[in-house]
Design a protein around this ligand. Structure first.
Ligand code: ADP
Length: 669
């Protein structure tokens, strides 16, 4: 094959090298092969076999050992048109081309093909030899760079490169958009044009990191745009090195995070609020005591709204009519708050106390409803200064306004719509918690009442029993005719008392079960009153009963025994509750369509609040200690009178005495 090489230089090598040129070519790292005019492969080296990924079949293969070939644009290249074929057939003697070779395993190689025509001594083209240069990796590197450049150019993020001195060397479209400068305005200038004066030291820090070869990642800071507007940005600055690994500058990616920060802040705020609400609901639902629930709600509401002061007015009227006013304060001394007047239903407070709406104002002193009412015309003296105002009613599930939460701040514009919705949420939870607390307190009170009643009832029942037991013991000792009748008498009286107590208790349960029966008849009330007073007078010796009744009969239709029971009950109360007096007055008057029986004493009397409660089952006023009783007599009396379509009226003065007037309807003619 040596004679086919005609180049002078090859001869020169062969001459001086002292080794076979064939060996040199065959062992070269550069793929080389040759073929004749017919395409028959006449030579190929080991490197060519590696590149093709196969050993050519010299009997069959023509023009190349490659399995398949493509133009660089990816379209198929018929082997007879390959650069080597063109050179070997003399069609184009100097063809250099970039081609793609596909190997049998499917992998692709990008190569530069350098075919050269081989001529015979007569100068005719007899074939070609081709050098192939594998550029696969280089090509992909270039592609990658081109790809990266296009990404950088079109990126939305601002990408800037700068020298180690901080001079801007490149500026993409994202930078143009973010900072407002065009590339030509800033390239060559110092990066410090983007940095607020107060933050110039940051650049030194960043460049310091870069000089150490370190990256600055997601650095949140503020930069200026062309118009001096501050932008919240996240910076990533990385060192740029040349091929030799020397540091030559820095690339900087800036992203505008103003919106992200806003969203983040909002999420943070939202999460904080949720956590606060969650902890509020946990604490208040775990408290069953009204006062501490109120305090929790007041403190928590002040905290989540940033209010300077908070107060909660709780004003629930119990079923028996007792107003239950309590309050808590937060951010203001409780002692000082105690001296402030209770808020009244003024024009401003009306919507709150009526549970109609939440009132929120940036400056309450400018509200038309403010300052309209006597006597303070605004906040009372000593009240902390309130400009920002937020007030929410606390309404129970049944729609009852249980109280109101007030928040205030001495500066204007402190409460937002967001605060309003937080407060509406808290007050809704407070309502549930307070309902539970109230129920719990009621149950607790009822339980205490029940225990008290059992103790009282046992005592009341035991006293006559003990007496009877005593008299029977005395009688058992032996007959003593004189004492016998006295003991029997006394024992019977005690049994009477016992019987009365048990009957009353039975009556209570009958009323509860709706089973209290009446046997009505026509009878003369006047006569009944006379008989009862007379009999009653015999049984007591502490008081004189003064009866002022008319002589003419007063017929009514009623249960005679029950009416007698009522009269005895009032008589014994009048005597019992006037221990220092010696008289009780009883009267009977005929009125238009009714008859009135009055029982008057000059006893301990009742306070207005006691007067409201005495007809309640088991109620005993707190000044009755030492006076026996179970708190059921008046309850039974009222039930009996009302079931006869009558009424009971009470006038009483604490410490002076009481008068009960029972009015019963007269039968219509
Ligand atoms: P009791 O007398 O057994 O306690 P009542 O139902 O008859 O029960 O009375 C209820 C409560 O009303 C009494 O405990 C007492 O506190 C009060 N009360 C009733 N009558 C009088 C009265 N005449 N003067 C003062 N307090 C009275």
């Amino acid at each position: 094959m040596g004679d086919t090489f005609t180049s002078a230089s090859h001869r020169y090598f062969r001459h001086d090298a002292g080794f076979s040129l064939d060996d040199l070519v065959y062992n070269s790292a550069v793929p080389i092969y040759a073929c004749n005019r017919e395409g028959v492969i006449t030579f190929y080296n080991a490197a060519a076999v590696v590149l093709w990924g196969r050993t050519p079949d010299v009997k069959k293969d023509r023009w190349s050992g490659a399995y398949k070939m493509y133009y660089s644009d990816g379209s198929e290249l018929p082997l007879e048109q390959s650069p080597t074929a063109l050179a070997a057939t003399g069609m184009n003697v100097l063809v250099e081309a970039e081609v793609i070779i596909e190997r049998p395993d499917g992998t692709i190689k990008k190569v530069l093909s350098f075919p050269r025509a081989i001529r015979n001594a007569a100068g005719q083209v007899v074939g070609a030899h081709t050098t192939l240069i594998d550029i696969t990796e280089k090509a992909s590197l270039e592609e990658r760079q081109a790809f990266l450049s296009s990404i950088i150019a079109s990126s939305d993020d601002a990408i800037v490169s700068k020298s180690l001195e901080g001079i801007i060397t490149s500026w993409n479209i994202g930078a143009e958009r973010l900072f407002g400068y065009a590339a030509e305005e800033v390239i060559g200038k110092s990066i410090t044009i983007l940095i607020p004066k107060s933050r110039l030291s940051e650049e030194e820090y960043i460049l310091g990191q870069i000089r150490k070869g370190e990256k600055v990642d997601h650095y949140q800071t503020v930069r200026l745009n062309k118009y001096g507007k501050e932008l919240l940005v996240s910076l990533t600055v990385s060192p740029i090195k040349d091929k030799q690994g020397r540091l030559i500058g820095a690339s900087k990616i800036a992203r505008d995070i103003s919106d992200e920060v806003k969203v983040q802040n909002a999420i943070y705020q939202y999460t904080r609020d949720l956590e606060a609400l969650n902890s509020i609901s946990q604490t208040i639902s775990s408290k069953l005591d009204v006062q501490s629930t109120l305090q929790q709600v007041t403190d928590a509401s002040r905290e989540v709204t940033g209010a300077a002061y908070g107060t909660f007015f709780y004003n629930l009227v119990d079923e028996d009519g007792t107003a239950n006013i309590r309050f808590t304060v937060s951010g203001y001394p409780e002692e000082a708050a105690k001296h402030l007047p209770i808020p009244r239903d003024t024009a401003l407070l009306h919507p709150t106390f009526n549970g109609t709406e939440i009132v929120r104002s940036d400056d309450i002193t400018k509200d038309p409803r403010y300052g309209q009412n006597q006597p303070f015309y605004g906040m009372p003296g000593g009240h902390p200064q309130v400009v920002s105002y937020l007030a929410a009613p606390v309404v129970s599930a049944k729609g009852v306004v249980m109280g109101a939460l007030f928040l205030g701040h001495p500066e204007p514009g402190k409460f937002s719509l967001h605060h309003e919705s937080l407060i509406s949420n808290i007050t809704a939870q407070a309502a549930v918690a307070l309902d539970n607390s109230r129920l719990f307190e009621e149950v607790k009170a009822l339980n205490a009442k029940k225990d008290e009643f059992i103790a009282l009832a046992s005592h009341e029942l035991k006293t006559p029993l003990t007496s009877v037991y005593g008299y029977l013991q005395l009688l058992a000792k032996g007959p003593d005719s004189k004492m016998t009748s006295l003991f029997v008498d006394k024992g019977l009286k005690q049994l009477d008392k016992l019987n009365k107590l048990v009957s009353e208790l039975l009556d209570v349960s009958k009323i509860e079960a709706g089973k209290l029966q009446f046997n009505t008849e026509f009878f003369d009330l006047n006569e009944l009153l006379h008989e009862t007073v007379e009999a009653f007078s015999f049984s007591i010796n502490s008081h004189r009963i003064i009866l002022d009744a008319q002589e003419t009969p007063v017929y009514i239709k009623a249960d005679k025994e029950r009416i007698e029971q009522v009269i005895i009950n009032f008589l014994s109360n009048a005597v019992k509750y006037s221990p220092d007096a010696d008289r009780v007055w009883v009267g009977c008057k005929r009125k238009e369509g009714s008859v009135e029986i009055s029982i008057k004493d000059k006893g301990i009397g009742l306070t207005p609040s006691q007067q409201q409660k005495i007809f309640t089952r088991f109620y005993r006023a707190d000044n009755t200690s030492g006076i026996s009783g179970l708190g059921i007599g008046l309850y039974l009396s009222r039930e009996i009178v009302e079931r006869h379509a009558g009424t009971i009226q009470l006038t009483s003065e604490y410490g002076k005495g009481s008068e009960f007037v029972i009015s019963l309807p007269l039968p219509k003619n």
